[in-house]
Write a protein that binds this ligand. Sequence first.
Ligand code: COA
Ligand code: AMP
Length: 631
Amino acid sequence: MSRYPTEYRRSLAEPEAFWAEQARKLHWHKPWDRVLDADKAPMYRWFTGGQFNTCYNALDRHVENGRAEQDALIYDSPVTGTVRRYTYRELRDAVARFAGALRAQGVRQGERVVIYMPMVPEAAIAMLACARIGAIHSVVFGGFAAPELAKRIDDAQPVLVVCASCGVEAGRIIEYKPLLDQALALAAHPPAHCLVLQRPQCLAQLQAPRDLDWNQAVAAAEPADCVPVAATDPLYVLYTSGTTGKPKGVVRDHGGHAVAMRYSMEAVYDVQPGEVFWAASDVGWVVGHSYIVYAPLLQGCTTVLYEGKPVGTPDAGAFWRVIAQHRVSTFFTAPTAFRAIKKEDPKGALLQKYDISCLRALFLAGERSDPDTIQWAQQMLQVPVVDHWWQTELGWPAIANCLGLEPMPVKPGSATVPVPGFELCALDADGRRLGADEIGNLVLKLPLPPGTLLTMWNNEQGYRENYLDRYPGWYLTGDAGYVDADGYGWIMSRIDDIINVAGHRLSTGGMEEVLAGHPDVAECAVIGAADPLKGQLPVGLVVLKAGVDRPQDELIRELVERVRSQIGAVACFKQATVVTRLPKTRSGKVLRATMRAIADGKPYTAPATIDDPKCLEEIAVALKGLGYPAA
Ligand code: COA
Ligand code: AMP
């Protein structure tokens, strides 16, 4: 019998007692006055009055309690041929020195530091160093282009940017510094200084006096100690895609976040202190924040920071090599990665080279897990494969099979049950609670548990409008789905125009803004079409301005290049086609969902309000020309 039902019921019936019990497992410089502060509901706060430091709990606490010589972080980089280990003592010392360097550059408590770095240990060191001195980090994923970086700089208004000279993708070097220089030229609020980590693969040109060398700054710095901050103070801002091109800055606190992170390692992932946990993601995404950096360290585990891909670095056995070499007990990645491995090595021949008997479970998230991929992974690895659901905003899993509470029976296609702290239900358009199996908007009851978003950076109004106003008392997830009679959650699709490409969350609205900026484009739509490898791929449909008469290939190349240089390679925008008009309702609303259904080969009926049903035939032909529906 699973312990889950009892624990779940208790988390909702007595949330304060429940979370206080979890909070006591961490070190508080001063205990909280109130566990849950509802004074400004629906803007809830956890552990008000408490004094806390996330870095102290992630590093120093373990050094002082017998884990000083245990590996805290293993950097494994097949693209540079490097494996480097940091014990908890070494990582604490490196973080303290870098925190001193930040201080020396004038970074103070509450100020922002933007981190634009590839998967190098210094990225985690920079994050923890900010936490150490109470500065707020904002990590920007390396696959974003300069204008996206500039938008985030302008919103966060950092006093300093930390970057590396380059990233190493399979087979090519990506120079980060020219992208940063470009972003700073575009930004309305560029910081005074940049700290640059020079990687041997490519040295960046430093512009004195603005740019400083990481090593020199560290060499000149005194180690800085942990600063106790209010538990409710921001630890980080992480930007994520919304429905428009303006990213949303998710704000997370110190105290509640750490409590949730540690709890999730135990309850969801069933990982004990001393064990090796690996999340193959990137520090630029929420999975990287939560499960490469914070949660494993708060739990006293060894975390693996992997600079490589599932395939091509050097082959489809890369994941098995890392699991075997570092004795990984629990592994987390996106379904796309497994689809890529399965495509290259369908019979798992490369797996035979490695002893992965250390592995106890595989967790998948970030996008829908198709049953074939789950089944294949289970057959190959012979361990439980857990599909679990969450979002950047939530910070940790909200629907999962909690292995630490003894697993529940699996229902293929469902991410299983709501995690303790999260009350899940589906509502109809009028806010009525739907019954079992009825599809509606998935919502979570307020207050959300610790570790979830507090607000949007500098934009409380936006937070309310995007998530809280639609259904008072509930958080709107943006996903459609249902809850079945046994309380299992089933995710169907997004209710907005956010798409998921290879586990990366992207805004089609943002891509449309870029296409619309092309001088020849009158109007456009970008839809996410189903793709067997990456889950979804963006497809652009553009209408040209009257009188534009140019070779289409040339124009499409320009549009692709435009998205690449303004949003980034990560958008994977490679397909577009010209149409004479877009399907619309009589009131002028573009029928994106209908076009998506056509692209995916799903049945659809043109809405009664459609302006001209014939238009859909042209769209079907245009999409067919691009290979949709995909075979
Ligand atoms: N810095 C710079 N560029 C980056 C980048 C980074 N950190 N990450 C990706 N890119 C680039 C890639 O080089 C690629 O460029 P290209 O168009 O010139 O080839 C582009 O962005 C798209 O990248 P990606 O979607 O990763 O495709 P890919 O073809 O390089 O790799 C997979 C395919 C399936 C191997 C890869 O998508 C993958 O590992 N997916 C797992 C996703 C994942 O871990 N998600 C994390 C969320 S949990
Ligand atoms: P992100 O903020 O990048 O983590 O993306 C969150 C979105 O990804 C969710 O709102 C879902 O639409 C989708 N998603 C995440 N995990 C899953 C999952 N296990 N199954 C289906 N969709 C998922």
